[in-house]
Design a binder for this molecule. Structure first.
Ligand SMILES: Cc1cc2nc3c(=O)[nH]c(=O)nc-3n(C[C@H](O)[C@H](O)[C@H](O)COP(=O)(O)OP(=O)(O)OC[C@H]3O[C@@H](n4cnc5c(N)ncnc54)[C@H](O)[C@@H]3O)c2cc1C
Length: 378
């Protein structure tokens, strides 16, 4: 049986980041992915994800302060552009707590931002319509990460640092030994000093086999791309990413991102159909999600028209929408991260570093108090 210092389960955004950091720190690394690399069945595939400081918890903003330079480092190492600054809008009725909390946290953490009136925002961003009772927040550093490209760059760099990346290899059983871990696959069995589990929506059943039952639920979300009557105005140079804090009007927050590589403008909802298990996912886009995006656009983005394409993409939700990043309470050589709740892509590179820290020393300098698994124990 081949022995590694570290085995990583899952080649999504998180697993590929962990492989990069572990390999770069000199570990002999094996990354096992059940499907092909950059597959479309999990959470990390696609053209774009929003990266932003604008958060309603200062812990995330502190992580964001570290993550922008980390992506710049990956861009430099990979020799590839992954982040495009577009600026970002958060808007909604004045009294929306999710919006006022973001503004308060940006103030508290000294992140530059502007508060615009509806008429000022309308002048600067003529693609949008705003209601008279809205507050509009603008943060200039918000931008787009080229999602699939980021995952593939992390994998390539992990390999460059010596990692073995093996697609089409599902881990079917994990056996903890006193100071190592064995994993079994149809292609062979491997042992390692540490195991990093980054299984996305497949996480809950895997952890259950290790005696840990965490409330992690797949949510069937979807990416949707639309035509516009004025395509140049929806390119990254002119169209900011946005989040509409409008739970008073829509079941999920609408959000959107500029067109990339001729994709059409992305308008979608932050949330979808909650499922109990990954086996329930059918990957057929839901009509009501398309209708939500269209209803939103008719009023707030009037130049956005016909649906061009739509595909299902999974969130893995926790009850409080904070992630889980921790060591196994009984087997500290097993560490894991998941429950990303639809907002971890931007942080993948730093979550990978945290996983590396936990795997190598059992602890990390980063503040991960929000993400402890024990918070779900009753
Ligand atoms: C539509 C959509 C929009 C989003 N927008 C944003 C955004 O704007 N900004 C942002 O920050 N985040 C966003 N997110 C969230 C972000 O994309 C996810 O949080 C992130 O991609 C999660 O990555 P992951 O590695 O945990 O999961 P995944 O990408 O699902 O990776 C898990 C991997 O583990 C593999 N695996 C599972 N079990 C096994 C096994 N037994 N053996 C081997 N391999 C296994 C799976 O095949 C999979 O490849 C969005 C997500 C979606 C779906």
């Amino acid at each position: 049986m081949t022995h590694y210092d570290s085995i990583i389960l899952g080649a999504g955004a998180l697993g590929s980041a962990a492989a990069y950091h572990l390999a770069k720190s000199g570990q002999k690394v094996l990354l096992l992915e059940q499907f092909e690399l950059n597959h479309q069945l999990g959470s990390s595939y696609g053209l774009s994800r929003i990266i932003r400081y604008a958060y309603d918890y200062t812990q995330y903003i502190d992580l964001a302060k570290a993550v922008f330079p980390m992506w710049a480092m990956i861009e430099e190492e990979a020799g590839e552009k992954l982040y495009t600054r577009t600026g970002g809008l958060d808007f909604g009725r004045h009294d929306q707590e999710s919006l006022t909390a973001v503004i308060a946290c940006l103030r508290q953490t000294d992140i530059p931002h502007e508060i615009l009136s509806p008429s000022e925002a309308q002048l600067r961003f003529p693609q949008f319509r705003f209601d008279d009772d809205m507050t509009i927040l603008y943060q200039a550093d918000t931008g787009i990460l080229a999602a699939s490209q980021c995952v593939l760059a992390q994998l390539r760099l992990a390999e460059r640092h010596g990692a073995t990346v093996q697609p089409d290899t599902a881990i079917t059983r994990i056996i903890p030994h006193p100071s190592s871990v064995e994993v079994q696959t149809a292609q062979g069995n491997y042992t390692a000093g540490t195991l990093v589990i980054a299984a996305g929506s497949w996480m809950r059943p895997l952890l259950k086999t290790l005696g840990l039952d965490l409330p992690l639920y797949p949510e069937k979300c979807q990416e949707m791309y639309f035509d516009t009557s004025n395509p140049p105005a929806y390119e990254p140079e002119r169209f900011p990413a946005f989040i509409a804090h409008m739970k008073y009007r829509f079941p999920y927050q609408p959000y959107g991102i500029a067109s990339r590589e001729g994709s059409g403008v992305k308008v979608a909802a932050h949330g979808g159909k909650r499922l109990n298990d990954i086996s329930e996912v059918d990957y057929v886009p839901e009509q009501n999600a398309i209708e939500l995006a269209q209803t939103f656009s008719q009023t707030y983005l009037p130049e956005v028209g016909q649906l061009r394409s739509s595909r299902v993409c999974l969130y893995t939700m926790t009850p409080d929408e904070h992630w889980v990043i921790d060591k196994h309470p009984e087997f500290p050589q097993i560490v894991f991260a998941g429950g990303c709740s639809g907002h971890a892509f931007k942080f993948a590179i730093i979550i990978g570093e945290i996983l590396k820290d936990l795997a190598l020393s059992g602890t990390t300098q980063r503040d991960i108090s929000l993400f402890q698994a024990a918070r779900f124990n009753g």
